[in-house]
Ligand binder design. Sequence first.
Ligand code: ZN
Length: 129
Amino acid sequence: MNCLEARKCMYDYLNRDLDERTLRDFLSHLEDCPECMEELKITHMVYTGVEKLENEDDDLNLDRAFRKSLEQSRFHLIRLSMLTTGRYAADTAVFWSLVLALLLLGRILLQKHGIELRYPVLSCLFFFV
Ligand SMILES: [Zn+2]
């Protein structure tokens, strides 16, 4: 992401409308680009400052609110990564459970009907289940 793209994302970022990939690219760009970080900080201060004034919020520490917003975005990305990893792990566990269940079912059916396999590879598979 370059500076122009980053600046186009700022309002979407403040409105939490960035998708995961764009948010990741945006935050990565901010870490390497102090100009965009400063631009976002100013935009965030204006944005949240007006909002806090309208809501008559007593806590007007806008710098802390900006840092908190960045931390929340990074935490959000970490949570999404963990969810994705968990989903892959669950899919893998389901896949191997189904394979194991099919092998067990095959072994049970073979034993029930007294069938012996002629192929040594298949015999080994059913033997170890
Ligand atoms: Zn930049």
